[in-house]
Design a protein around this ligand. Structure first.
Ligand code: GLY
Length: 369
């Protein structure tokens, strides 16, 4: 049996452990010491509940457990659904000692985390991520929130969980498209901060995709170590944490423009990373060889790297202006500076960005000479 790995998120009094390994969702000892009161509210979705809700209920034995089961998918991450969670918490009724457990992927984690941040001005919560994307990224670091029809993740709060339980057994039953989507965030760490991990992924992507237990556990752990280093430096995204948004300004425009229905987040991120690498290569920030390595690894992981249809380039450029990195009306972009390094770039020429967006969309835009 694989050993359980622990990654510490050192944020002083808001610090916590990310536990990574098989069987964690069944173990009372992984949950109960972090449940302060008698009540536990599990927020999950219709895809995850039939698989894991019973085992979490059993692990929480001795506590009063209620569950809110949401429809699956990004279209659930709205203020309306959040309000329905508040209605339910109040009707149950849950007091301030309640602990919320977010059992599911990134949508459930972001929404339940935001509910925990706001309910009675903040209650405790535990992240129990069941997708690769949530285990390697969204459950760690305390970003919570919902989408707005004008922009992805535009309403939210920083609220750190008490701990993260990444049960790697859940990855074995994960829908293939969901699994592949999570690899985009894994590859992101290699591009922005960890050249050695990028090379390891180039060599081992086959084992990861074949769900080799050791390769998977290493992938989740190394991703969380990378995330921990960045979040510890910059919890509230005043600087370095923005690097975790490689590809995301492009991705969020794709997701918003397609109304949060068609694309999985990681798929949009993969196309966004390709676009960022294309722009970086145009600007001479990365070599043609590094650009090719990034595109090759994303493709080897089965991720979409564009061109894509369904969103006119002009709309995409417009949507990119609704982004939390915009300052004084200027879209700032995370661009790679090689393999294992990236920067927040403000002074790129607008025609170069237009050329990249044009290259990746079916209809293109008029590119100034
Ligand atoms: N997913 C990006 C971040 O947590 O900052």
């Amino acid at each position: 049996m694989n050993k359980v790995k622990t990654v510490n998120i050192d944020l002083g009094e808001r610090g916590y452990e990310v536990r990574i390994g098989p069987g964690l969702l069944s173990r009372a000892g992984e949950f109960l010491p972090w449940v302060g009161g008698a009540q536990v509210c599990v927020v999950t979705d219709q895809a995850v509940a039939p698989l894991y809700l019973d085992r979490v209920r059993r692990a929480l034995c001795g506590r009063q457990v209620v569950a809110k089961i949401l429809p699956p998918g990004e279209s659930t991450k709205t203020l309306e659904v959040l309000e329905s969670v508040f209605d339910w918490l109040l009707a149950t009724p849950c007091d301030r000692d309640v602990t919320l457990v977010a059992l599911g992927g990134g949508v459930v984690g972001d929404l339940a985390g935001f509910a925990a941040a706001c309910y009675q001005r903040g209650v405790a919560f535990i992240q129990a991520p069941t997708t690769l994307l949530a285990q390697v990224d969204s459950s760690v670091g305390g970003k919570t929130g919902v989408n707005h029809r004008r922009g992805k993740n535009m309403i939210g709060a920083f609220h750190q969980p008490l701990r993260v339980l990444a049960d790697t057994d859940t990855l074995a039953t994960l829908d293939r498209r969901q699994f592949v989507s999570g690899l985009a965030e894994v590859i992101k760490y290699g591009v922005i901060a960890d050249a050695e991990f990028f090379t390891w992924l180039e060599r081992n992507i086959g084992a990861v995709m074949a769900l080799d237990a050791e390769a998977l556990a290493f992938t989740v752990e190394r991703s969380c170590i990378n995330k921990a280093k960045i979040v510890e430096q910059d919890e509230r995204e005043g600087g370095a944490r923005a690097l975790l948004n490689l590809g995301h300004t492009f991705a969020h425009a794709i997701e918003t423009g397609t109304r949060y229905g068609e694309w999985l987040h990681g798929e949009a991120v993969a196309t966004g990373i390709s676009m960022a690498a294309h722009l970086a290569a145009q600007l001479g920030r990365i070599s043609a060889a590094d650009h090719a390595r990034i595109a090759r690894l994303l493709s080897a992981a089965g991720l979409p790297v564009g061109p894509f249809t369904g969103l006119p380039a002009a709309d995409m450029l417009q949507l990119m202006k609704v982004d939390k990195k915009v300052r004084d009306g200027r879209v700032r972009l995370i661009l790679p500076a090689g393999i294992g390094a990236a920067d927040l770039v403000t002074d790129y020429p607008a025609p170069a960005l237009a050329r990249t967006v044009s290259h990746f969309t079916a209809d293109g835009v008029a590119v100034p000479a």
